[in-house]
Write a protein that binds this ligand. Structure first.
Ligand code: S3P
Length: 174
């Protein structure tokens, strides 16, 4: 059983995923990092060069690989779950948790990092709102959603753990 984090850019999937994995003694896997390692390219380079569809095909490969893995906490890129085949695979491979945050907080968290090609526009907040509106129904297919705003990382991990225990995904002894 894996634990897969989905949700928009800047909702904390990588940071929380890493902490959650350490806490549960699961291995951690970050799909963006795995793609960068496999291609030896940074994501902005990949979008500018081979293109977004190449990046999405690598995400789709990883989604299928997850079916053969166990005890992983997986942080996915914000667009990973939009491919219905990917969503099907992650649901089959474990519990899917969406992380969320208000648009203004998303912008504040990621505005200066230059690593998100989709937000390199003159009005990133408008772009965030537009993408969020399109993607909300997909993120809503997660088993449950955790709002990350105004909480410490430790609180978020604890909240996820208690929800997993409540749902009997974890046994509560750890
Ligand atoms: C994307 C999100 C990014 C990365 C790529 C595309 C998206 O991941 O996969 O830039 O489509 O939302 P993060 O959610 O980790 O920023």
């Amino acid at each position: 059983m894996n634990i897969i984090l989905i949700g928009f850019m800047g909702t904390g999937k990588s940071v929380i995923g890493k902490l959650l994995a350490a806490h549960l003694e699961f291995d951690f896997l970050d799909t963006d990092i795995l793609i960068e390692e496999r291609t030896r390219m940074r994501i902005p380079e990949m979008f500018a060069g081979p293109g977004e569809s190449y990046f999405r095909s690598l995400e789709a490969e990883i989604a299928q690989e997850l079916l053969n893995l166990d005890r992983r906490v997986v942080a996915t890129g914000g667009g990973f779950a939009l491919n219905p085949e990917n969503m099907k695979a992650i649901r089959q491979s474990g519990v899917v948790i969406a992380l969320s945050a208000p648009p203004a907080e998303i912008l504040a968290r990621i505005k200066d990092d230059g690593q998100r090609p989709l937000l390199q526009t003159p009005d990133p907040l408008a772009r965030i709102l537009e993408l969020l509106e399109k993607r909300a129904p997909v993120y809503g297919q997660a088993d449950f959603t955790i709002d990350t705003s105004g909480k410490t990382k430790e609180n978020i991990v604890a909240e996820i753990e208690s929800e997993l225990i409540r749902r009997r995904v974890l046994d509560g002894r750890s």
